[in-house]
Design a binder for this molecule. Sequence first.
Ligand SMILES: Cc1cc2nc3c(=O)[nH]c(=O)nc-3n(C[C@H](O)[C@H](O)[C@H](O)COP(=O)(O)OP(=O)(O)OC[C@H]3O[C@@H](n4cnc5c(N)ncnc54)[C@H](O)[C@@H]3O)c2cc1C
Length: 442
Amino acid sequence: MNIGILGGGLSGIATAYFLQKNDRINSIEILERESEPGGLCRSFNLNGLSYDIGPHIIFSKDNEILDLMINILGENKNKLKRSNKIYYKKSFIKYPFENELSALPEDDKKYCLNTFLHNPYENIDADNLLKFFLKTFGEGITNTYLKPYNEKIWKFDLSFMDTQMVDRIPKPPREDIINSAAGIPTEGYLHQLYFYYPRKGGIKSLIKAFTNQFDDRVSVIPNSHVIDLRRIHNKWKIKTDQGCLREYDLIISTIPVQSLAEIYQTDMPKEIIESVNDLKYNSIIIAIINVRKDNLGDNFAVMVPDKKVIFHRISKLDFLGESYRKEDGSTTLMAEITYSKGSPIDKMSSKEVERKIIEGLEDVQFIDHREQINFIETRRFEYAYVLCDLNHRSNMNLIRNYFAGQGIRLCGRFGEFEYLNMDAVIRHAKDLSEEIGKNLPC
Ligand SMILES: Cc1cc2nc3c(=O)[nH]c(=O)nc-3n(C[C@H](O)[C@H](O)[C@H](O)COP(=O)(O)OP(=O)(O)OC[C@H]3O[C@@H](n4cnc5c(N)ncnc54)[C@H](O)[C@@H]3O)c2cc1C
């Protein structure tokens, strides 16, 4: 059995890692468009600093997968305690927002507390994201933070978004919110309170740790942009943009389903084409900004719900450990900006984006003035966030069943087109590999 995996991001790499445990598999080839594997888990280097596509922290409720991620890194990891804030009306409020209501101006605090304790939305059917926030947190917390911040990330009307990303968030206990307003410290989202991060090299080290475990049946073939996939006499034939032809018994696709639909040479039913075209996603711009001095203290990530500011989150990379700090005493920030295709941000040049970021940093006073910036660099990534609108679930059920019927297995964040973090991607890769293993001919 020879297996071809389309895409060498974490899901492609992890799928190969698990599949190689099966002796009946002769070869596994991972075809990756870029010059190196990793996808969204790549890290880049600028003036000696490693940085990710938005800092990729390692955490999970899935203990088996968390153990795998931290064990595979060996000594190359730091365990860190979250120190995240929300910047609201010139104050830093501890994250999650509802856990430090006492830090809000008096009127905002009362609004959040009273509308949580006496919530007319408590019993509504939360069939979209906005209703979920209103029902779970009340009007004050929703309007003050959750709504503006989420609109800023998603660039989409929350009442047209599905609740699948949040439906496991429990309603905070009344006592926690009362304590939070009274200034008694509480912690939320405990599964991310402590997290891991590679001691050096950025999240790319996780990819390297997996590929180091590959045996000689597994190969990653970089610079292999797959442009044509077809099935001929029970074999899968693929062609890359370099004209390279390859043949496999089984195909696993981790590339965006939109790309898969484009390269798959077949008469695809109209309803599948329409469903694929209806899928929505956001792209991201990340900017790395090295400054002589910042005003973020020892915080790591700071969320900025204010829509006048272009970025939604600033992270201070120095927090991640010694190898992410420069010796000259300067600090390094990362700004994240999401956008959708054809939107005004999409049309901005890199220079314009940089100018807006710098204006934003000055506006919220994270830096005193622009002369403090040593260097800034931006990068864009098309597929960053799956947007779960109200059609997403039905669209993806149709698409998944269609490709399963064709014998193409989907895996990964954009392969399955689901909101999956690294831990979920690895879990799905493991489950898929085991299922494939069980069904292999003896
Ligand atoms: C800003 C941001 C921050 C994040 N932070 C975290 C975090 O803190 N913690 C966490 O757990 N997760 C985080 N994630 C999620 C994490 O990045 C993803 O879950 C994971 O990287 C997805 O891996 P993947 O392999 O499924 O997809 P991808 O990484 O997108 O991989 C797909 C691969 O397919 C390749 N490809 C595409 N088309 C073709 C083609 N035609 N031929 C060949 N190759 C092709 C691409 O080049 C890419 O390498 C974050 C994501 C983003 C965007």
